[in-house]
Design a protein around this ligand. Sequence first.
Ligand code: 5RP
Length: 218
Amino acid sequence: MTQEALKKNVAEFALSYIKPGMIVGVGTGSTVRYLIEALATIKHQLEGTVASSIETENLLKIHQIPVYDLNSVNSVDIYLDGADEANAHRYLIKGRGGALLREKIIATVAKQFIGMIDESKQVDILGEKAPVPIETIPMARSYVARQLVKLKADPVYRENYKTDNGNVILDIYNLNLLNPVDMETRLKQITGVVETGIFAHRPADLLLIAKKNGVIVI
Ligand code: 5RP
């Protein structure tokens, strides 16, 4: 089974967590694209959605699924999103698609956060396979990179890329992630860092993992 087929399976499985009348937070990325196709089949049951990126907002609108500004809703019932890596504590690395800031805001607001991955993204220790993206104010990019080198990590500037918020991304390799909660806190304290792709303070409440013989939930 291909990775694309696993992503589609997990996105379709996630639909079973959505109940009529819900406000649904919608993440960003290729797994979420399958989710949006599935959401279109039940759009009349939804109160509406909140989008984590301009890309997602545009896709939702193409399917004529109502999209609200986060400030105009009282709560978000459920947030569904993919991830680049996940460990057994449901801590995640996110942001390969650059939408980590808005994704973390919606995950924080949401009553329930459900992560959707295929089994290739399961790791024992975060950072094994994926770098940690960090959204940074453009003028602080070099300063933030120097601070990361002091932590013995290897920051790589994502060239020719701007986030939906007008900021830049540093992809951090070889970051010590034995304690993701602590590292998330430390990185947020660097002046100029807007947000990190470590989701440890706000882990997923449930992680749906697509395997060749079906989806498991942890
Ligand atoms: C975007 C993200 C995505 O959820 C993450 O990169 C996984 O993407 P995909 O479903 O395409 O593998 O964090 O900012």
